[in-house]
Design a protein around this ligand. Sequence first.
Ligand code: HEC
Ligand code: HEC
Length: 477
Amino acid sequence: MKHLQRLWAFASILALPYAPSFAATLDCLTGEPTAEEIQSWRQDAALQLEQGLITERGLATQIRTCFGAQVPVCLQKMNDYVTRNDTAPASMDSPVRSSAAKQPPSELFLNGTANFEYKIPEDIEERAATLGWPAVRYKSRHSGGFDRDTSSLLMIHVPGDRVNPPVNYDRWLNFALPEDPEDQAMNPTPASPLPSAADYAAEGRGEVSLPKVFTMVSLDRRLDNKPAQVYFQRFLRNGRGSIAFKPEGNSDPKRCISCHPNGLRAISPLGYHVRKDENMMNEEAWKTVQVINEAMVKAAGQKTVSWRDAPVSASSTQRKNLLNPSAHGPGVGPLAPLNGRSRTVEFINQCAQRRRSIDLRDIFGRAPGRGNVYRLSSRPQIDAAKVLRFMSCGGCHGNASRAPLNTLTDWAQIDFKILVDQSMPLGAHRNPLESNTGNVQDALNADERIALANCLQAEFELEVQEKTAWLTQGTCQ
Ligand code: HEC
Ligand code: HEC
C-alpha cells in the first residue's frame, strides 16, 4: 500500500499529465528482496489490478519477469488468479483409448468392450453383485443424469481393490434407466428393467425412446501427498435402435465443475435425505447410497482433488492444469469473510428474507423434483444467531479438505444442498436411520434454511468485490 501511495503522491506533486501510467510501473524488486518488500510489491500489484492500471495478463507477465519460475509462496495465489484461464485444452487430455482410468470395466458389458463399444446387458446389476461392486437404483431430484426424459438412474461403484488385477483408481458409473410410469413417479425405487434387445428394436421402429447417455467419474486415489486425480467421461448412443454406447470426446471439466466442485458429487436420491412426511428408500438401498457416497470422500483422502494437467498443444511438451478451481476468487461462506460486515445479526436480519421463495425444480422438469419450491412461512421464525453459526461453509469447503465453492459453482447447487436434500451444513439434519430417535431431526427449521441460503448469497455478492483483499491475504515470510 505505502509504496503505491508514495508513487501517487510523488506523481501529483510533479503534476505529471499522465500520472496513472507513471504509477502503473510495477518494477521488479532488486537484489534479495525481503519478505516485507515482496508483500508490499504484492499490495501494489493488487491495487493496480483493481484500478485497471495493469491487466491480468500484464501482471502474469510481470510476475514471471520479476520472479522467474520460483514464484514466492505468498504470490502464488495472485499468480494462480491471473493465470486461471491459461489452461491446457481438454482436447489435449488423454482420450479413453489411452487412459485406463477412463475405461469402464469390461466385466459389466456384453461381449466385453471390444473397440471401445459398450453394450449394457440386462443383468448388469447381477454382474455387479457377483463382483462385489456396490450398486443402487435411485431417482435424481434435481440435476443428476443427462437423459431429460428420465430421472431414474443406476449407480455402480467399482472399487479399485475389487478388480482383477487391482488398480489405484475407483470408478463410479451412472446409467440412466427408462422412466417409471407417472403413478410410480414418487416411488424412490426405479422399477423399470434395463432395456432388452426387443426394446432397442422397438426404439428402432420409433415406438419408444430409451436412455442415451451413461457417464463415469474416476478417481486415482490420493497417495501420500499427491492429491486424488479426477477423470470425467460420457458415453453416448445414437438411439434409433443402436445398442452400443461410445465414448464422447474428452469431457471439458469446465462443463462439469459447476455441479461437481470436488470431482465426485454425492448422490442425493429421492428418499435419501428426507423430511418428516417423505417416503424413505428401503433400508438396504439407503445404506448402499451411504456406502457409495462415503467411498467418494474416502478415495479423495478427505482432501481436495486435482483436475490433472495435459500438454498445452500437440507439438509441446509443456503441461498445464486442465482447471485450477481454487484460483477463481473468493469463496462462499468463508471462515473469515473479507467484507467485514456480513457476520452480524443486523446483516442476517436484512438478508434472511431477500428471496421469499426459492425455486429448485428439476432442471429437466422430471417428476421427482417437480415440487421443489421452498417458501418462507407467513411469519418466518428465524433465529439470526443460529443462522450465523452455520455460515462458515468454508471450514470444510476451503481448499484443504474440499474444493471451495466460488464463481465456478452453480448457485442452484448450494441452494439444493441446503434446501432440497438438507445435507448441508453437514450434520445439521439427520435421517431416521442416522438419528437416535428414529425420526428426522434438524437443527434448522424450514425458514432458517431459506435464511441461510439467502444470507450466504448476500454475503457472497459482497465477497466477490473484495478481490484485492483476497489476493493479498496472509503475510509473506
Ligand atoms: C447441472 C448440474 C450437473 C452438471 C453440469 C454435471 N453433473 Fe454430474 N451429477 C450431478 C448430480 C446432482 C449428481 C448426483 C446424482 C443426483 O443426486 O442426482 C451427478 C452425478 C454424476 C455422476 C455419478 C458419480 C457422482 O459424482 O455422483 C457422474 C458419472 C456424472 N455426474 C458425470 C458428469 C459429467 C461427465 C459431467 C460433465 C460433462 C457432469 N456430470 C456435469 C449434476 C451435474
Ligand atoms: C463439516 C464439513 C462441512 C461443512 C461445514 C459444510 N460442508 Fe458442504 N460438503 C461437505 C462434504 C463432506 C461434502 C460431500 C458429501 C455430501 O455432499 O454430502 C459436501 C458437499 C457439498 C456440496 C456439493 C459439492 C461438493 O463439494 O461435493 C455443496 C454445494 C455444499 N457441500 C455446500 C455447503 C454449504 C452451502 C455449506 C454451509 C451452509 C456447507 N456445505 C458446509 C462438508 C461440509
